[in-house]
Design a protein around this ligand. Structure first.
Ligand SMILES: [Ca+2]
Ligand SMILES: [Ca+2]
Length: 91
């Protein structure tokens, strides 16, 4: 089960996931919050196990762009690459 939340401009700002679904659905256990730049590209993602933002146990991931401002890589808060455009989990 995946439920997306949108803001008033229809940008996706939240995704709630039951990672055991559909085999053994037991409720949402992964929460992601998305932050866009002025061009509506996601530039920051918070991943956590509850709905609260920026808890110490949450992961914060950032997208880096190339010279054309297209997302090119995803890095963690320490600057280590998580993936590149072909392999970046966008959600
Ligand atoms: Ca679950
Ligand atoms: Ca949290």
């Amino acid at each position: 089960m995946v439920a997306n939340g949108h803001d008033g401009l229809r940008r996706r700002v939240e995704r709630d996931i039951d990672s055991e679904s559909p085999a053994e659905p037991n409720g949402v256990d992964v929460y992601r919050h998305f932050f866009d730049d002025e061009g509506w590209q996601v530039v920051e993602v918070h991943r956590g196990r509850d709905g609260g933002l920026a808890d110490a146990e949450d992961d914060t991931l950032y997208y880096l762009t190339d010279a054309q401002l297209t997302r090119a890589a995803q890095v963690d808060a320490g600057g280590d690459a998580i993936g590149y455009v072909e392999t970046c989990p966008i959600d």
